[in-house]
Design a protein. Structure first.
Ligand code: FE2
Ligand code: FE2
Length: 300
């Protein structure tokens, strides 16, 4: 019988030899998991097939989405009084705003990292694959909006200052950048799990749409679970302490910019859970498809 794996904190210590071995192991995993890189399209063959499957099997809403104009009016910037908006609209504008930051971040990083042909080592190759996976997430998020009939959703750049910050960030030296990159991945996982927790309640009257949103979110979450381990793998003993120190302010600063989050989530609790994250709450079917650093798994 297969032994159920037990996991350790994502902040667990690691040696440099362990991290080197884990990069090699992750590189094998990511190619298996995502397929071949389609660099000019910022895509991967298996990711493309997954999206095509969803598009070929659309679900039918029980009722047309109630407030499409309200969604389009508020998705880039919250303009209406929130008491006039229903929870579906607010959750979707919240998800869009989170995904938009990701999209801007990866667009800046894609421009700043060597392409696959010019990748010098395994971490360069991993970075290129990682970013292509992130672009596939933007498409999966887009598919969430299409599922609700919100096909006119556009990906709008941030303001010039925020845009510059995201372009500057990937040019920082690796040691300086790694804790921030790791914590933003951790923030992604916490956010997606919190969204997953409320989907059934918010979309109770649309069970088919709810199930499809969860399928799309799971596709993203499986990758992001692998990303937190991968980004953690860049970090030594001091960097992992820095990562814990910057987790509370970074979460607070980021979510402050997305006013919808406080309508749904307790950010202080999210921070507490992030600081002890150990994969324990993640459903087994997701864990079976993702990747975890060896030093975060209890030896059998
Ligand atoms: Fe992401
Ligand atoms: Fe990620």
């Amino acid at each position: 019988m297969n032994q159920v794996k037990q996991y350790l904190s994502i902040f667990s210590p690691s040696s440099s030899q362990q991290r080197q071995d884990n990069f090699e192991n992750y590189w094998d995993f990511t190619q298996q998991h995502s397929g071949d890189l389609l660099e000019s399209e910022q895509d991967l063959t298996k990711k493309r097939a997954v999206l095509a499957h969803f598009k070929a099997n659309p679900i039918t809403l029980r009722q047309p989405f109630a407030q499409p104009e309200a969604f389009y009016r508020n998705y880039v910037e919250l303009k209406d009084d929130v008491s006039t908006l229903d929870r579906k609209t607010l959750l979707l504008t919240c998800i869009y705003k989170f995904a938009r930051h990701e999209w801007v971040g990866i667009t800046g990083a894609w421009a700043a990292t060597p392409d696959f042909a010019n990748s010098k080592d395994v971490t360069d190759r991993i970075s290129r694959y990682h970013l292509a996976e992130e672009f596939s997430h933007t498409r999966l998020f887009h598919e969430m909006f299409c599922t609700l009939g919100l096909d006119k959703t556009e990906w709008v750049p941030l303001g010039p200052i925020a845009q510059k910050v995201y372009e500057f960030f990937p040019k920082l030296p690796e040691d300086l950048m790694s804790p921030f990159a790791f914590v933003t991945e951790l923030m992604g996982i916490m956010f997606y799990r919190y969204v997953d927790n409320i989907l059934d309640e918010v979309f109770a009257d649309e069970p088919e749409a709810c199930a499809r949103l969860r399928e799309l979110l799971n596709e993203i979450t499986i990758d992001e679970l692998a990303h937190i381990g991968q980004r953690r793998n860049y970090i030594g003993d001091f960097g992992i302490k820095v990562s814990a120190w910057i987790t509370p302010p970074l979460f607070k600063m980021f979510f402050h910019d997305i006013p919808e989050t406080k309508l749904f989530f307790n950010i202080d609790n999210m921070i507490k859970e992030a600081l002890v994250f150990d994969y324990k709450e993640i459903p087994t079917p997701l864990m079976e498809k993702t990747w975890v650093p060896s030093y975060c798994v209890v030896p059998a």
